[in-house]
Ligand binder design. Structure first.
Ligand code: FAD
Ligand code: SIN
Length: 539
């Protein structure tokens, strides 16, 4: 089946939905999303969205904090543009009806103002939040606006398999993206979607790792599709590990927000002893890379399975009122945050690199845009400052739509290529797929985690190459399903991470290697790592 739209948005998180709303006044929009429409990293965001809104804060301070966290690899011009666009985009979110938490103004009885949270690496309180469920509130309001717009059509359970480019269909000239092949995962069959502009808003790749804060959708599909289509991918070695994921045998992935540390929670060992002062003078509020490495080092030193986050010194009722969702979830597992320190471990959280774009979200393939976590604009450098990703997503959605709506339209009679199904047999042994899923995730956790070494990276790459061959065979020989398609993307993205990490012969930001410990800088100033499908490392 062939569908023709003016604009195609892949993904229904903050980036995709914001962009769809910007497109709608200019034409018909399709939003494809691979599962339920709300299922996205956005929906689980806790701490909030960073933006300069207080008279005590300045753009200059937000820019400086972002550059400091990014460890010399942020692009200053990009940081400035995104930070300075923030207030206009926040105003639009408020106009959509998003309810951020407020507080009484002490000097003005009866008046209220935005309640600003604080997180690691921020020199000021500047995080707008909706209690500890900011993402859920943003997703709710964006979905309501999208659902009521007559020009936007949502395709739930449509899995984008591969981008369609003019080069791929055998046309000469510049390489232009004209749409996507997508699997209707409920009813079967691969559909062709054509559009003037295609936007990748498919989020990150946390599921490449065994332990992650991300939901199941985060399998790096956007990076994998763009890479296969010929786009360059940058800085994928910088995977951010969040320091504090709840450690409990019954919980798959539940974040304990950095805002908890922002409100004064201490990290302690099993004996209740604080340890962060030994790692950084900012202690619990040092940037994430430092805190995650410190926890990893403490766990290795003591042999403990976790450390603890202690908020028990706060006044009665504080934890429950400021962090109601975290409080309730912990209580469900027998941990009363007001009385018990919460067991926590680091887990893969955020992909700082991604598909190379400019500050309008343009990739190097004509009419293909990438926005949100899938993209690498240069904002995050070697380590993202907390709560800057929701900001980046909403700013880039606006900017990409501004440029994309000025593109010449794809002719309505443009011939529609159809998907070549290859072999139509049902997979004979799905155990191969589930086994390889586990193997990729475990080896990435063991060999390509918080602390790396060249030897571990070489081991990882050798295994990933074998797995890639097996998965490709499976892909060509059997009918595709979502598990197989995700695995095909996971194994490619894992290789991109490993190859990028191997090439970075220095420890910087989130990439820490035993071969080049702190202080050794082989590139000065540090450079981005960039890979594409012509790279000989990808056999
Ligand atoms: P997502 O919100 O992840 O949306 C991706 C969408 O693409 C989904 O709808 C998915 O189903 C769809 N998709 C993926 N692949 C395909 C495919 N092949 N075909 C079709 N659809 C596809 N950041 C902050 O700034 N502040 C926070 O407080 C914060 N807290 C966080 C807490 C948690 C637990 C997590 C996991 C992340 C948090 N982050 C936070 C990071 C932030 O939530 C994400 O970076 C951001 O939401 C990404 O938005 P996005 O629109 O790019 O992608
Ligand atoms: C958190 O609430 O700790 C997550 C914030 C972020 O990832 O930016």
């Amino acid at each position: 089946m062939v569908h023709r739209f003016d604009y195609l948005v892949l993904g229904s998180g903050i980036a995709g939905l914001s962009c769809a709303l910007k497109f709608a006044p200019h034409g018909r929009v399709a939003v494809l999303t691979k599962k339920n429409r709300a299922e996205s990293n956005t929906n689980y965001a806790q701490g909030g969205i960073a933006c300069v809104t207080s008279s005590e804060d300045t753009f200059g301070l937000h820019i400086r904090d972002t550059l400091d966290a990014g460890a010399g690899l942020c692009k200053e011009r990009v940081v400035r543009e995104i930070v300075e666009d923030g207030p206009d985009r926040i105003k639009e979110l408020l106009d959509l009806g998003i309810e951020f938490s407020e507080r009484d103004i002490p000097s003005k009885p009866g008046e209220r103002e935005l309640d600003l949270g604080r997180e690691g690496g921020h020199s000021k309180r500047r995080i707008l939040h909706a209690e500890d469920m900011t993402g859920r509130e943003i997703e709710r309001a964006l979905l309501a606006a999208v659902e009521s717009h007559p020009r936007i059509q949502m395709f739930e359970n449509y899995f984008a398999v591969d981008l369609i480019t003019t080069r791929k269909v055998g046309l000469t000239g510049s390489n232009r993206c004209i749409g996507v092949y997508a699997l209707d995962s409920k009813n079967g069959g691969v559909h062709t979607f054509l559009a003037t502009a295609t936007v990748l808003a498919t989020g990150g790749c946390g599921k490449v790792y065994l332990y992650t804060t991300n939901p199941d959708i985060a399998t790096g599909d956007g990076v994998a599709m763009a890479f296969r289509a010929g786009a360059r991918v940058s800085n994928m070695e910088f995977i951010q590990f969040h320091p504090t994921c709840l450690y409990h045998p019954e919980v798959k992935s539940f974040l304990i927000s950095e805002a908890v540390r922002g409100e004064g929670a201490k990290l302690v060992d099993a004996q209740g002893q604080e340890f962060m002062h030994r790692y950084d003078p900012r202690k619990e509020l040092a940037p994430r890379d430092i805190v995650a490495r410190a926890i990893d080092a403490e766990m290795k030193r003591t042999g403990a399975d976790c450390v603890y986050l202690d908020l028990t010194h706060k006044p009665e009722g504080f934890a429950e009122s400021r962090f109601p969702n975290i409080y309730r979830t912990c209580l469900k597992y027998g941990i009363d945050m007001a009385e018990d320190p919460v067991p926590v471990v680091p887990a893969a959280h955020y992909q700082c690199g991604g598909v190379v774009t400019d500050t309008q979200g343009r990739t190097e393939i004509e009419a293909l845009f990438a926005i949100g976590e899938v993209a690498c604009t240069g904002l995050h450098g070697a380590n993202r400052l907390a709560s800057n990703s929701l900001l980046e997503a909403v700013v880039l959605a606006h900017r990409a739509a501004t440029v994309a709506t000025a593109l010449p339209r794809l002719p309505e009679d443009f011939p529609a290529p159809t998907w070549v199904a290859g072999n139509v047999d049902e997979p004979d042994e799905m155990v191969v797929v589930s086994h390889n899923w586990d193997e990729v995730r475990r080896l990435m956790w063991d060999y390509v985690g918080i602390v790396r070494s060249s030897k571990r990276l070489q081991r990882a790459l050798a295994r990933l190459r074998n797995l890639q061959r097996e998965i490709q065979d499976f892909y060509w020989n059997f009918k595709v399903n979502t598990d197989l398609l995700e695995l095909r993307n996971l194994v490619l993205v894992a290789q991109i991470i490993v190859i990028s990490a191997y090439r970075r012969r220095e420890s910087i930001g989130l990439h820490y290697t035993l071969n080049y410990p702190d202080g050794v800088r082989l590139s000065d100033p540090p450079q981005d790592t960039v890979v594409d499908r012509e790279d000989p490392a990808f056999v």
